[in-house]
Design a protein around this ligand. Structure first.
Ligand code: GLY
Length: 592
């Protein structure tokens, strides 16, 4: 026993050293320079546009996502007449290969869809789900104390039933026109040929080597021979190709009742820290169509995903609170930032108390977005200093509710895909395995999520239940904010981002950038971030946002400077389409 423990510790230490040596030895940008440009001339042009800070302009269709291979796969589908739904499938399965740390078949996603023929907005919930054997004590020790975050994340305990395979199949069945297998083929082929490891992926592997080493299968893929894959390495994923073959032949049944699902369950139950996911959980998983949540903002309708996401409610509340204020002085104006920051704090206070899976707790969505309620909440913003304290409000609701405030942790991860097809259909999907590399468990060539850690680890506070506590079959609260903005009933903007609970601030700011500050979508993706959620104002290091520090401090805010790696992907729709991709990540927009 002692020998095994020592060996494990030394192996982890060795991997950490190897990771550091690899990180020191390689200049990742140099190692991958030109790898994306080589995909196609269109990709090279799109990268050049992004580097110059200008949007990609097209007449018919546009796709924007986090990796050029994935965007190219989606563009190929749109160029041959596929719908946004077809392209979405191709983009997601490619992201699962080349950006495996952020999203994939082991995770979940929310889709907001605008149907050009009917003019309707539909939202589909493909969120991971707590196993039937999960209890509110899932992330507590024997004394009832919450586990440390990464003790909960790494291993089987955090894995919820994946929803992404079912969501892709549902999207294709509803709105796809192309042959299903043809949409999976490019990712399958690249998995067999191998892809060049990007500098971003290499850096993240090196930084997470110790946790990736906790599972043999995961280590064999990301740390072959104990050394982290490096930027520019050719990485093949035969297991993922086989998974896509099965997905092509059997559809979602390959996962929900099929062999891949059994392998997922065996991996979770057989992990060093086993989880409680079962084959029954896989078999009963369903995509849920939910009512779109739309909030008014300056003659627009901002539509997104309702519970179990807190995204659309919080973005809508931030915008609603700001509706009565003039923000035209722009992002570098301290008073504009005071208003945006404290509007966000008000929204996050309500989010912490009321937002959870509405199939388990009555969430007062209409009350929270009632213009009268938001205007009343916004009264406190008529001041000239930071709010000293922010508390949840009392929205109108039809049940007596008494919830305690939630403190669940969400770290940046995730990916966002925006697509407009030639017929005018729009897809806005945010997709995740939660933490970077999820639970660090890998099966079938893809990583399994740790989405259950989006639940509150505590179930009660001083005897009062927390709305977002773990319950069997429940979906954890999310911040993902896939959004479609409409004007006069027609879509004008598609937007969303990764970033944990900062997703809400990133998305709200981009919408303000376009509507209030008259920015194009590339400018809106590039605005230096200043994000507030719970009081501390986070300013993006190395950007003009740092210049806000003295002014915000003088107003009474606590200020913190840090990296804020959003991954915004936007499309503006008007006379043609314009796409923008976040300069902080590897994504691009491609159109025609
Ligand atoms: N796990 C990220 C989110 O759902 O917000």
């Amino acid at each position: 026993m002692r020998l095994t423990l020592m060996t494990g510790v030394m192996a982890a230490w060795g991997v950490a050293v190897a990771a550091q040596q690899a990180a020191d030895a390689v200049d990742p940008e140099a190692a991958t320079a030109g790898a994306f440009e080589a995909i196609s001339p269109a990709v090279a042009e799109a990268l050049a546009a992004k580097a110059s800070g200008v949007p990609v302009v097209a007449s018919d269709w546009m796709v924007a996502a986090a990796n050029p291979h994935a965007v190219q796969a989606g563009a190929d589908v749109l160029a041959r007449g596929g719908t946004a739904a077809d392209a979405l499938v191709a983009v997601q399965v490619m992201l699962g290969l080349v950006e495996p740390q952020s999203s994939g078949l082991g995770g979940g996603a929310f889709l907001v869809w605008y149907d050009a023929a009917s003019g309707e907005v539909t939202t589909l919930d493909g969120r991971e789900t707590a196993p039937l054997a999960a209890t509110p004590q899932l992330f507590q020790d024997d004394a009832g104390a919450p586990l440390k975050f990464f003790d909960a994340v790494v291993g089987g305990l955090s894995v919820g039933t994946p929803g992404t395979p079912a969501l892709l199949a549902e999207v294709h069945a509803r709105w796809g026109t192309q042959d299903w297998a043809s949409l999976l083929a490019p990712a399958r082929d690249l998995a067999l040929e191998g892809f060049s490891v990007s500098s971003r992926l290499a850096g993240l592997v090196a930084g997470d080597a110790e946790r990736l080493a906790s599972s043999d299968v995961t280590a064999a893929y990301f740390l072959p021979g104990g050394t982290p894959v490096a930027a520019g390495d050719l990485l093949k994923n035969e297991a993922y190709a086989a998974t896509l073959d099965a997905f092509a032949a059997q559809g979602a049944d390959a996962f929900y009742g099929g062999q891949i699902g059994r392998d997922v369950v065996a991996t979770v139950q057989g992990a060093a820290k086993p989880g409680v996911l079962s084959e029954v959980d896989m078999a009963i998983y369903r995509i849920k169509e939910r009512p779109a949540v739309c909030a008014p903002y300056r003659a627009h309708q901002v539509c997104g995903m309702g519970p179990p996401s807190s995204g659309a409610v919080a973005v809508g509340q931030i915008l609603g609170a700001l509706e009565g204020f003039d923000l035209s002085a722009g992002p570098q104006d301290v008073d504009v930032r005071r208003l945006m920051g404290d509007a966000a704090r008000l929204a996050f206070a309500d989010r912490g108390r009321y937002l959870a899976d509405s199939d388990y707790v009555p969430v007062p969505v209409a009350g929270l977005l009632d213009p009268a309620y938001m205007a009343e909440r916004a009264q406190v913003l008529n001041t000239d200093a930071a709010l000293p304290e922010v508390a949840p409000g009392n929205p109108a609701f039809d049940h007596a509710l008494n919830w305690a405030d939630d403190v669940s942790i969400e770290l940046p991860s995730t990916s966002h895909i925006s697509i407009v097809d030639a017929a005018g259909n729009v897809a806005s999907m945010t997709t995740t395995i939660e933490n970077g590399f999820g639970s660090r468990l890998m099966v079938g060539g893809f990583l399994l999520n740790n989405e259950l850690t989006d639940f509150s680890f505590r179930s009660h506070r001083e005897g009062v239940p927390i709305a977002n506590r773990v319950e069997p079959g429940k979906r954890p609260r999310s911040s993902m904010s896939p959004t479609i903005v409409l004007k006069d009933g027609a879509p004008v903007l598609v937007v969303g981002s990764p970033g944990g609970s900062r997703i809400i601030g990133y998305t709200a700011q981009a919408i303000i950038g376009v509507i209030d500050w008259g920015m194009d979508v590339q400018q809106a993706a590039s605005i230096p971030h200043a994000v507030n959620r719970f009081g501390t104002y986070d300013l993006e290091e190395g950007t003009a946002a740092v210049g806000l520090a003295d002014g915000l401090t003088a107003l009474g805010f606590e200020v913190n400077t840090r990296a804020l790696t959003s991954g915004l992907h936007l499309i503006a729709i008007g006379d043609g389409v314009q796409g923008g991709a976040d300069p902080r990540r590897e994504g691009i927009a491609l159109g025609q």
